[in-house]
Ligand binder design. Structure first.
Ligand code: AMP
Length: 126
């Protein structure tokens, strides 16, 4: 999947379309998903033009990488999700149904989230 300069998240970063911002740092922006799949559903994106985690890992600077990871944790904290728990997820490419070709991490929370994958089951506690 190639980076498309006109993807919806690039437009949000350029201020061409609005978003409901949660958190912003020099290297990352967090905002509410427009079609939430959980009571809390927030997206965290790097500000640079990276299509996937593989692209980001190969080409982003160390500062960008550290800043992005830090922003994900800060966003979960700001949303009050650390104590009750939350899930982070990223879709990459065709098999994962990636819709927007700009790297994004989903943060889900606000209720028990069920199995990790469709058809999966939760491991039993020891
Ligand atoms: P993915 O399938 O991982 O590429 O997810 C893309 C996500 O972007 C979906 O959850 C969409 O609901 C979300 N989305 C699409 N357009 C917008 C938008 N303008 N603002 C916020 N979230 C969006």
């Amino acid at each position: 999947m190639a980076y498309d300069l006109n993807n919806v998240f690039a437009k949000i970063l350029r201020g061409e379309i609005p978003c409901r911002k949660v958190h912003e740092t020099p290297h990352a922006l967090a905002f509410h998903d427009i079609n939430p799949q959980a009571p809390v559903h927030v997206l965290v994106i790097p500000k640079g033009a990276y299509v996937s985690m593989a692209d980001f890992a190969a080409h982003a600077s160390a500062d960008e990488q550290a800043g992005f990871v830090r922003a994900i944790g800060e966003t979960a904290t700001a949303l009050g999700l650390v104590e009750p728990g939350y899930r982070i997820l990223a879709n990459h490419g065709h098999h994962a149904h990636q819709e927007v070709p700009h790297l994004h991490i989903h943060i889900f929370g606000g209720r028990p989230l069920g199995p990790m994958l469709e058809g999966g089951s939760k491991p039993k506690r020891a």
